[in-house]
Design a protein. Structure first.
Lengths: 465, 302, 325
């Protein structure tokens, strides 16, 4: 250390430093200058409060020189979601027209730790304006902090443009708190039409017919099924989709509903049969159970495109078209799909779907405007056109190819529509479900203990807090 | 107070002579062999990622990274270009700097004061208090997020989203280890130096600034390296405390956003990791010159 | 110029100035106080900034955690030891505890052992800095990248397919079939693999600190010993190792605590499946996924209690140190 100057200058530096520090605290916020705000009244004194849009509340967001000539010029809406990479780009494209029209900006943060951020946010009051919600189950937990969208959206229009099941899922105690921005169809059976030409023109209508087809055409591929459940901390979820599809068609929508509501036990005969049916699929999967557990779901379908083909079919949701081998393959020529066949003809026409749910934590004018925009058909058309997503709005029909058109039609015309059951279960149950699948694939002989363990989790997961 | 400087020179000189003699005396080969083999094994995983980051995704899925060694013409920096072209990379990098530098400087200083007090001042309850401070190392970061965010949020001081939040938080999180390390090092400094300084009439402040700090430079250098690294690579703390101001988010968030929620785009993570690693490595190399013998000017006692 | 740049400069220059000014100021404050009182008061003034930070950011939340561990999720009523009972009777907990024991023992041995060995060896070669950089690199590379790196190492392709994972390719050279490494639960093999990954990252940490301490050992002392005819192993065992012991204790304590809190590696690589779960993971799960703060707090408190023996050892060590000094 160099020579220190005398004490007096030390004290002077102390005072100076302290003053500067105090000044720093007040200006060390967002990069906006404390200039006069435009639009709705902004904060006057440079208080330490002006952060993003979170504390905007009545004051209408951070001040900045206005861009477009819109009526919300200079304001910003903070949005948080799990989308990253291409998804994030798609979302930005989706909101671009709104930004141009209103002059406001969307400040988006993407994170895989959405649960952590929102849990801490709800507990402390530090929240974004809009947020992607992990699922309807979680949304119910935060219903008190979410704003009522009844005054934000044109509710009659919204209800007419959206499937009733989706509207209902976003409602808690007659308060509409969540809306779906995009959706997906689950349980489509994908195949390569160059290998299995006939199955595209005349898909098997029942599960038994499918099994017969598999037996007859065994020689066309190494194994009947492609399956991969690895997904980091969520490993196992593709297997849960399988079980859900089977329960829905084997035991029916009523059992399905009671099951995800926790009123039907996992050790119940109907559920257990679903698991053993799934077990047959695992036995007939490419590479065996070790491969199933270590292959990431995005690449699970790659053997479809190998020569010679590794498998005949892949069971996966509509969003697979943007992942793995599907990304570089040609829609319609290299891959196609048919719907999951009926198992019990009593429950014909059942479809399982899922979607991305959005909610609002702060009802600033800009946030309200953005929310109202996001549910419209033109907005959702933008993402739909990019590909890999289906819209929740019935009037958004700008699908880029035949496959997505067909997927969307399945959703809108479903006779029996069921939402992804595991997304509707409490998260503790959902997580145990995933882990149960992985354990079952590893060692099918453990099924009984796995199911009774799930029952134990069920008892505490559905209990009131 | 020139004693330390006077001691350094002859020791440094003796060092050079000693090392030269040692070089010729021993069988150096076993040491070199052990080190080289260890280094190679250590590097293989990283080299694997580096080579894969230079290959197109389809190749990565179809063949192991070692196959690319035979076909170097297929390697390209496309992934790196894509990451660098990401519009928010520049601002995020600056944000990371804004977050990391103060969050490194402050804890080191605060810890130095506390470490000196624990090491060279006697007071009742010293050891117990010290152990409590170190024991705080085990407090899981996640248990502090909600209480602190409540303090930062609208119900508290309302500073959420500003850099001050992460500076204060990282300082606090880094203190237990910093105090632990510095106290241990300062405690090992020769007692005579401080005693003779006290006899000469130096105040504790002077002893601290002119003796303890200079002699603790290796430990301080190590601490700076680690604190810088941990704050630079941190994702969760920044996300939770700065999340309401997306324009303030650091590089780690931008990198994690290169991947979609379904995992698409993971091929960019490797390239991003190497880009992000450059600065902490530079800090590491830059501080290596403080890891030299002779600064403590004497034997380190137990 | 970005206004934040000014703020940052103010902070980086101003705060150290303020802090050092504060310390100098303490001497002024103490001047009027009688000598004896001054000696007892001074340490507390020096400790004040650190204690303030720790009290607000670490102690206050911990008190909240301890209280929460006896409450239900909503924090509205006390339910006694229910959360602890749940934790200790849940089937996954015993597996987690067993794994944590393995983590603590193995991680400490590997990182401290290798860290010391490397620090001592490279101290003697000219390319010391490069060697240390290579060992240090994994720590710098961040958890996200480390998980991708080891994904490539452990990758498993179906038997008969080309193996793209490094380990499987290597054992393939010896004609051994591909192994799903992270699924092998026998003898906790997969947990051991995860510990190896973590050791790969943290050995650099131990090495840097031990290297710093190593430089504090006078060259004259070592030279004298060598001139007296001691061979390298004796020099290490009799001189270097004893002098390094306090540093080794610091490093080992830190690693033990890191092992107890480890969860990132497990979370990303196996998600806790295949019998690899650890306590910290169940805590975070309860807290953020299940939203059950009561149970999460109970796990956190258990973590706090487990380090009490480690801390007791450290107290014992300090008291012995004081006696020598």
């Amino acid at each position: 250390m160099e020579e220190r100057t005398n004490r007096r200058s030390r004290i002077a530096a102390l005072i100076a430093g302290a003053t500067l520090l105090a000044a720093a605290c007040s200006s060390g916020t967002a990069s906006s200058s404390p200039a006069a705000s435009s639009g709705g009244g902004g904060s006057a004194a440079p208080s330490a409060a002006a952060s993003g849009g979170a504390s905007a509340g009545a004051s209408g967001g951070s001040a900045a020189p206005s861009s477009g000539g819109g009526d919300l010029a200079g304001q910003s809406v903070t949005v948080i979601g799990t989308w990253g990479g291409d998804e994030e780009k798609a979302f930005h494209q989706m909101v671009a027209p709104w930004e141009a029209q209103t002059g406001a900006k969307v400040a988006y943060t993407g994170t895989r730790d959405l649960n952590t951020v929102l849990t801490t946010g709800v507990a402390s009051g530090v929240l974004p304006d809009l947020a992607g919600l992990p699922g309807p189950g979680q949304m119910t937990q935060w219903a008190d902090s979410l704003k009522d969208l009844g005054g934000v959206l044109d509710v009659p229009t919204y209800t007419s443009e959206t499937a009733p099941a989706l509207v209902k899922l976003g409602t808690v105690n007659s308060k509409l708190v969540g809306v779906f921005i995009k959706t997906a169809v689950k349980g489509l059976i994908w195949f390569d039409p160059k290998v299995l030409a006939d199955v595209g023109t005349t898909p098997p209508a029942t599960w038994d017919a499918l099994q017969t087809y598999i037996t007859t055409n065994k020689s066309k591929a190494q194994s009947p099924w492609c399956l991969g459940v690895e997904s980091g901390a969520a490993s196992g979820w593709p297997g849960t989709d399988w079980i859900e599809d089977i329960v829905l068609r084997q035991a029916g929508p009523d059992v399905y509903q009671q099951w995800y509501q926790g009123k039907v036990k996992w050790t119940d005969a109907a559920i257990k049969t679903a698991w053993t049916t799934f077990g047959d699929v695992v036995k007939n999967s490419f590479g065996g159970s070790a491969t199933v557990n270590s292959t990431n779901f995005a690449n699970a379908g790659d053997p479809l495109f190998k020569t010679p083909p590794g498998c005949m079919f892949l069971h996966q949701a509509s969003f697979i078209t943007g992942l793995g081998g599907f990304k570089t393959a040609k829609s319609g020529t290299d891959y196609n799909f048919f719907q999951f066949p009926d198992i019990n003809t009593q429950y014909t026409g059942a479809v399982e779907g899922a979607g991305d749910l959005f909610g609002m934590f702060h009802d600033t004018p800009a946030a309200k405007s953005l929310m109202a925009y996001l549910v419209t058909a033109p907005a959702q058309d933008i993402w739909v056109k990019i590909g890999g997503a289906l819209s929740a709005n019935k009037n958004a029909t700008d699908y880029p190819d035949d496959i997505s058109k067909r997927s969307a039609a399945i959703l809108t015309s479903a006779k029996i529509f069921a939402f992804d059951a595991s997304d509707l279960m409490p998260t503790a149950m959902n997580d145990a479900f995933w882990k149960g699948i992985v354990a079952y694939i590893k060692d099918p002989s453990q099924l009984d203990s796995i199911l009774s363990n799930l029952d134990t989790v069920q008892t505490s997961a559905y209990a009131a807090p | 107070m020139t004693a330390p400087i006077g001691v350094v020179a002859p020791v440094a000189q003796q060092q050079v002579v000693a090392k030269r003699e040692r070089n010729s005396r021993l069988g150096r080969l076993p040491i070199h062999l052990t080190i080289i083999i260890l280094l190679l094994v250590w590097m293989i995983p990283t080299i694997g990622l580096f080579i894969n980051s230079l290959r197109p995704t389809a190749d990565v899925n179809n063949s192991g990274w070692w196959t690319a060694i035979l076909h170097p013409e297929q390697l390209s920096f496309d992934n790196y270009a894509h990451v660098l072209a990401e519009s928010s990379i520049g601002p995020a990098f600056i944000n990371s700097l804004f977050i990391t530098i103060p969050a490194t400087v402050i804890p080191v200083l605060v810890a130095a004061f506390a470490a000196y007090a624990f090491a060279w001042m006697t007071f009742p309850g010293r050891n117990v208090l010290f152990v409590i401070v170190v024991g705080l190392l085990v407090v899981p970061l996640q248990t502090t997020l909600i209480p602190i965010l409540q303090l930062y949020g609208p119900k508290g001081f309302n500073i959420a989203g500003t850099f001050l939040t992460v500076w204060l938080a990282h300082t606090a999180y880094g203190l237990p280890f910093a105090i632990f390390l510095l106290r241990n090092f300062m405690g090992g400094l020769p007692r005579e130096v401080f005693e003779s300084a006290a006899i000469d009439g130096a105040s504790p402040v002077t002893s601290f600034l002119r003796l303890a700090l200079p002699m603790s430079v290796p430990a301080i250098a190590a601490l700076v390296i680690f604190q810088f690294l941990f704050v630079w690579n941190d994702l969760l703390v920044a996300l939770v405390y700065l999340g309401s101001s997306p324009q303030n988010l650091p590089l780690t968030v931008t990198i994690s956003n290169l991947v979609t929620s379904l995992g698409g785009g993971w091929e960019f993570l490797g390239a991003a990791a190497f880009i992000s690693m450059a600065l902490p490595l530079a800090v590491f190399f830059g501080l290596q010159r403080y890891f030299v013998r002779g600064i403590t000017g004497g034997s380190v006692k137990g | 110029m970005d206004p934040r740049l000014i703020t940052a400069i103010i902070v980086v220059v101003g705060v150290p100035a303020v802090l050092i000014g504060y310390i100098i100021l303490t001497e002024q404050i103490l001047r009027p106080i009688p000598d004896r009182r001054r000696v007892t008061l001074r340490p507390w003034l020096w400790l004040l900034p650190a204690l303030l930070f720790l009290a607000v950011f670490l102690i206050y939340p911990t008190i909240g955690t301890i209280i929460h561990s006896f409450q239900n999720t909503a924090g509205t009523k006390f339910i006694g030891l229910d959360n602890y009972v749940y934790f200790f009777t849940s089937p996954s907990t015993l597996g987690a505890l067993k794994n944590n024991v393995l983590w603590v023992i193995l991680l400490t041995l590997l990182t401290v052992g290798f860290g010391m060995m490397i620090a001592v060896l490279v101290d003697r070669v000219r390319y010391e800095t490069v060697a240390k950089a290579i060992i240090f690199l994994p720590l710098a590379i961040s958890m996200v990248a480390a998980s991708v790196i080891w994904r490539f190492m452990f990758l498993y392709n179906a038997p008969g397919e080309t193996q793209t994972g490094t380990l499987n390719a290597i054992v393939g050279l010896f004609g051994l079939g591909p192994f799903p490494w992270l699924q092998i639960q026998d003898f906790s093999f997969n947990t051991i693999l995860l510990i190896v990954v973590m050791a790969w990252m943290w050995t650099g940490f131990c090495m840097v600190i031990i290297s710093a301490a190593l430089k504090g050992i006078s060259a004259e002392l070592l030279e004298a010993a060598r001139v007296d005819g001691a061979n390298e192993w004796q020099v290490f065992r009799r001189i270097i190792f004893p002098l390094l012991l306090p540093t080794l204790a610091v490093v080992a304590t830190t690693i033990v605590i890191t092992a107890l809190k480890a969860f990132d590696i497990v979370y990303v690589m196996t998600g806790g499946n295949f019998d690899t779960q650890v306590m910290a993971q169940s805590m975070i799960q309860e807290m953020f996924t299940n939203g059950n703060f009561g149970r999460a707090s109970a796990v956190a408190v258990v973590l706090l209690i487990t380090i009490v023996p480690v801390m007791a050892l450290n107290i014992r060590r300090f008291q012995a140190q004081e006696a020598i000094r």
